[in-house]
Design a protein around this ligand. Sequence first.
Ligand code: MGD
Ligand code: MGD
Ligand code: MO
Length: 762
Amino acid sequence: MAQDEDIHIEPFTHAAGGWTSVKEVAHALKEAHIPLDGTRVLLKQNKPDGFACVSCSWAKPADPHPAEFCEHGAKATAWELTTDRCTPEFFAKHTLGELESWTELELESQGRLTAPLRWDAATDKYVEVSWDEAFADIGARLKALEPRSVVFYTSGRASLEASYMYALMARLYGTNNLPDSSNMCHESTSVGLPGSIGVPVGTAQLEDFKQCDCIFIMGHNIGTNAPRMLHDLQECRERGVPILVFNPLREVGLVRFANPLKPGQMVTPADTAMNTQYLQLKPGGDLAALTGLCKAIVALDDQAREAGDDAVVDHAFVEQHTQGFEAFCLHLRQVEWPAIEETSGLARAAIESAAAVIGRSKRVVGVYGMGLTQHKSGVANVQMVANLLLLGGNIGKPGAGILPVRGHSNVQGQRTVGITEKPEHVPADKLKELFDFDIPKDKGLTTVETCKGLADGSVQAIVALGGNLLRAVPDGPVVERGWRRMKLSVQVATKLNRSHVVHGEAAYLLPCLGRIEIDRQGGVEQAVSMEDSTGCMHGSRGVAEPASDRLLSEPAIVAGIAKATLRPNKVPWDAWVADYAKVREAIAKTYPEIFHDFEQRMWQPGGFHRPLGACHREWKTPNGKANFIVPPTLEEDDDMTARGPDVIRLTTLRSFDQFNTTVYGLHDRFRGIHGTRHVLMMNDEDIARLGFADGQLVRASTAANDGVRREVPGLRIVRYDIPRGCAAGYFPELTPLVPLWHHAVGSQVPAYKSVPIRLQAM
Ligand SMILES: Nc1nc2c(c(=O)[nH]1)N[C@H]1C(S)=C(S)[C@@H](COP(=O)(O)OP(=O)(O)OC[C@H]3O[C@@H](n4cnc5c(=O)[nH]c(N)nc54)[C@H](O)[C@@H]3O)O[C@H]1N2
Ligand SMILES: Nc1nc2c(c(=O)[nH]1)N[C@H]1C(S)=C(S)[C@@H](COP(=O)(O)OP(=O)(O)OC[C@H]3O[C@@H](n4cnc5c(=O)[nH]c(N)nc54)[C@H](O)[C@@H]3O)O[C@H]1N2
Ligand SMILES: [Mo]
């Protein structure tokens, strides 16, 4: 834990971006021991002939700026290109038992993994093995297991090529157990939107930002988590486009932004006010706020029509394209304002004023992130955003649309090419035609179900293509106990993390090339591809020399495991590894509508967009219409067990200095919290009401009456501008407070954004 003298807390009074951002990029490179070469690499980031950034999934423009990267992207690049190495010599010095007490930052800071490793039971250490030996033993162990007891997890960074091969391997092996990080992230979107508008992903594209006349942003911290989007938003603000923000915290990037790519803004202190209305709702208050917005829009429409003015609802669109409008309106009319105000934490007048802006606009883009999806009502939240947009006909026309901002740089693409536990989303006929096998019929495990399976012993092995499952999932300690009982864990990774250190009977840690590195197969440089948040596919080519000559690429590792494990099959694994274009050929044959002429189109500036019916008002829903879906409740967690004045609702989020479970440092610059991540941001009045003081250390425990003790001690209370009755703190430190059963109805995305907790003085 940080020493008191290292900790300081002071509000950040500048704009996001600006000089600080430029200085930080240089600092990040220096800290990661990356000399000048790093700058050369950064100039290739998000360029048509370069590599797709390994940080966020924001769109890559067709006409990129010479420096098309942000401070966070630079940091992620630096983190991957570091000259620090975590070698077999390091592991010779440390038992895994010892490494279990290391923090995430300490583990990852050892640098890039360099050689394939096998856990040696006699010494409790990772020892180097040859790739052939590793594959052979993994294959033998997997063959001895029941396919349904094996899980193939993916974190959203692996390319379309690696992901397609991985999914194919799992299905040939005999399981649809293919959960990925999306199960903890935007699965609420993938489950919610098909019923509403017939697509599993967003419809808005970069072009739409140029034409929209209103934007609302709910539950996404753009300044930290998709910073390049600030440039698009800034251009909108400069055109006078109103931006409405719904967020419990006043996030700096959503308040003020100085563009480091615009010299004028760097020389003068000028910056852009990024929002026109900031609605600080309670965590979990979104369903109520959205209901209020829709209710107010319908009321405005009633008034306008009575007065003979232009309608506010797009009735022609509603009539021609949608179903369920009347039932939805009936629901809206029945919900009372006091309930909306109480549940959202927003005043009716504030909601009405936002509704007037949205209702009067002709081209609205609705942006959202984890603040909506990671709730018990995550699916309903997403569908409610769709409802709001449908009222104004804001789906399927230029300048308008829904925009779920995805997490990992290729998480959306992995789902597109078969990483899914749901067999109905896989073109079984095409796979049969191409590879002459029937995909397994049983539904596979989601991430939450995988954790349950670990806890009850039914999951006996995990193969993970990236990620840090143990630190990302709820009820980590329970899951960890199951993890230790597993027969096998195989982790494909770039850097060391807790999911590699905790292990079962047999464990392998297989180091892979990162996306920024040159991937040579038989001397020929290979390219890979990804899908961004706006459904555009891009080619990506590594530019840096690999961290070690013992690394293999992800496709090569997948092929290695596949060949050692699977019965004879029709997949030309070696030919694919020798030439990734052949994998793309197979992807194009499996999904011709999306990926035809893949090889030529992937280098198109701006990428190529996947066809989405909703973008041109073709609704691929069961009834052929866009649907207004009435939410089952107004409240986020109406069945949460514990209530009472001492129970507050915790939302867990990312700091400035992290990428998910990868913690770069202890600073959350924009929130002004330095030197510690063990904090609880709380409202002044709550601190006093509960008898605490600013800076006091407390123990948080989950207020769920299920007999399980979940606690995080040593949390420092930080006075913060946040609504009453709630608190915010960092993931992954606070993740142990989230119960595994506390997840979104329908999508099983853990409700990381609203956990009832109690506090106790320490
Ligand atoms: N630099 C960096 N970039 C990243 C990541 C990273 O860790 N670091 N992670 C990547 C991944 S995998 C993802 S999924 C995305 C995540 O990006 P975000 O979706 O921004 O995720 P969070 O940081 O969890 O924060 C969510 C935002 O929602 C707000 N919020 C919390 N609870 C609620 C609520 O109940 N309602 C509303 N309306 N708002 C709420 C928080 O204050 C915060 O501003 O970013 C991706 N990009
Ligand atoms: N409390 C709480 N918990 C959360 C969330 C939250 O908001 N609150 N957010 C959830 C969300 S949105 C997500 S997406 C998950 C994230 O869950 P994961 O995707 O499982 O976790 P990451 O931290 O992104 O994974 C980091 C690890 O990936 C490996 N890695 C990095 N690059 C590569 C690569 O190129 N190839 C390979 N093979 N490995 C690589 C490194 O070893 C690194 O340690 O966490 C979820 N957990
Ligand atoms: Mo995510």
